[in-house]
Design a binder for this molecule. Structure first.
Ligand code: BES
Ligand code: ZN
Ligand code: ZN
Length: 497
């Protein structure tokens, strides 16, 4: 999709369809009335005939004949002005793109009127629209061999706006960088595990390391042993593919020793191990590396945005499979931190590999560590698919992440990490158990387990189990991996001080 910006006259716009965003509030703004006049008053007619109220996601397509360089206008409602956010813009743009590609429209212009006062700046608006368009168009088609099954794509997308073109265009460029990273992360999640094993994640990280100032180092099984990452080793025992520990560093501020650390769960397939999962939906567990994928893609975007910050992504990567050599319920294993863990359930493997990565993070003397993990089904029960679970040990960091979530549209909701939960992960015969005693609260007790491995740094945990995968098609997004975690991580890094 070729994206460009444009601020001359509406008479110069050449496209098949013009998309026009409108708010519920009436009367229409002078700016909208002016272009409506040039289009023959179609908006006012639609409003008057009560065919269009501009409710969020509402759409009306109107034919305007041949008087301008486009013959169709797609009116798209954004709802109430006061509720405008980057998420509303992203989804609005996404809905338009998916609607128009279904009718095989390939040349689209978008008119972006002044959307609201100070709430969102021109750059943010450009960025959100661009992100919405590019993520909406994404489809995972690598394994389709029939050309006729491939979706049509938008060739040209032109934004026509009265916003200052320089800041708006910069927003578009940044949106393209972030969307590319988000879509790459979706590719990693959608790749089946027979293609995407730990070595595949390594090659994806090495690809990112071709970007200036990025370096990738990988610990192989021998080095993982030397580092005493016994929890990661235990989880990998049943698999044929060896585990990897990926370290992806971006040094955007070489003068500083400060590091922000991202940790991502990299289970390339989670069968549950000996505590095997039921067959239904087990196929989806190819996306259990979504946290690791998000961490790799966040580094990609941050490096391409050239942010002045030092970031490292740590990704423990392995499969979780049953075999004669697999770790078993009842086993007591070690960890890099030296703590012993009683394995109650081999399906609670994410917290085990993260424990070793969170311990490894310490050597960076991090300003903060944020982990991303499809950690628990309990988080999906608690929050559904609309927000990632957020927990941590530092209210300042939690606050920053909430703000980043709001700005990026990658939504999070905090769950309480009270000390009572920690008691539920203590074992009678080892230091910890990997599955809690007592009833419920599984998303929190998993985080409580992780918190046992945090030493001397601020930490937050994002459980993306519910947000990283979509079983249904949305008006603004296709099925499968969503790339959740990437945009919020980038936003956090951007605002980092
Ligand atoms: N990868 C799963 C969590 C998951 C479930 C992610 C559904 C996305 C959708 C994780 O490894 C797991 O299986 N967790 C168990 C933990 C339990 C055994 C304590 C769970 O949530 O059931
Ligand atoms: Zn599991
Ligand atoms: Zn898992």
């Amino acid at each position: 999709m070729k994206i460009s910006t444009f601020n001359e006259s509406l008479l110069e716009v050449k496209a098949q369809t013009l998309v026009l965003f409108l708010f519920e509030e009436k009367p229409l703004s002078q700016e909208v009335l002016q272009i409506d006049k040039e289009m023959g008053g179609v908006i006012q007619i639609a409003v008057k005939e009560e065919r269009f109220a501009a409710k969020k996601g509402e759409m009306v397509s109107v034919n305007i004949g041949k008087k301008l360089g486009f013959t169709r206008v797609l009116l798209l409602g954004l709802g109430k002005k006061s509720n405008l956010s980057s998420l509303v813009l992203k989804r609005g743009m996404g809905t338009a793109i998916r609607t128009l590609t279904k009718s095989k429209t390939q040349k689209i212009a978008v008119y972006v009127p002044r959307l609201s006062g100070k709430k969102l700046q021109a750059g943010q608006i450009g960025e959100s629209l661009c992100l919405g368009a590019l993520t909406a168009e994404y489809q995972f088609t690598e394994y389709k061999t029939e050309k006729k099954d491939l979706p049509t794509r938008v060739n040209e997308l032109t934004f026509y706006t009265t916003y200052p073109l320089k800041t708006f265009s910069r927003g578009i460029e940044e949106g393209e960088i972030i969307a590319t990273a988000v879509n790459n992360s979706r590719d990693y999640g959608n790749q089946p595990s027979n293609k995407a094993n730990p070595s595949y994640l390594v090659s994806m990280a090495q690809e990112v390391a071709k970007t200036p100032k990025v370096r990738c180092k990988v610990l192989n099984k021998e080095e993982i042993k030397q580092k005493k990452m016994e929890a990661l080793l235990a989880v990998s025992q049943g698999a044929k593919h060896p585990p990897k520990f990926i370290i992806l560093e971006y040094k955007g501020k070489p003068s500083s020793k400060d590091w922000l650390v991202f940790v991502g769960k990299g289970i390339t397939f989670d069968s549950g191990g000996i505590s095997i999962k039921p067959g239904e939906k087990m196929d989806e567990m190819k996306f259990d590396m979504a946290g690791g994928g998000a961490a790799i893609s966040a580094v990609e975007a941050i490096a391409n945005l050239k942010l002045t910050i030092n970031i490292v992504a740590l990704i423990p990567a392995t499969e979780n499979l049953p075999s004669g050599e697999a770790y078993k319920p009842g086993d007591i294993i070690g960890s890099a931190a030296g703590k012993t863990i009683e394995v109650i359930n081999t399906d609670a493997e994410g917290r085990l590999i993260l424990a070793d990565a969170l311990h490894y993070a310490k050597r960076y003397k991090p300003k903060a560590v944020v982990d991303f993990a499809t950690l628990t089904g309990a988080c999906v029960s608690a929050l559904g698919t609309h927000a990632s679970g957020l927990m941590g040990n530092n209210s300042n960091l939690i606050q920053k992440i909430k703000q980043a979530g709001e700005l990026s549209g990658d939504r999070v909701w905090e769950l309480p990490l009270w000390e009572e939960y920690s008691k539920q992960v203590k074992s009678d015969i080892a230091d910890l158990r990997n599955m809690s005693t007592g009833l419920g609260g599984g998303a929190i007790t998993a985080a409580a387990f992780l918190s046992e491995f945090i030493k001397d740094y601020s930490w937050a945990h994002l459980d993306i189990a519910g947000t990283a995968w979509s079983t249904e098609e949305k008006p603004y997004l296709g099925k499968g991996a969503t790339g959740s975690g990437v945009a919020i991580a980038v936003e956090l890094a951007r605002k980092w001080k």
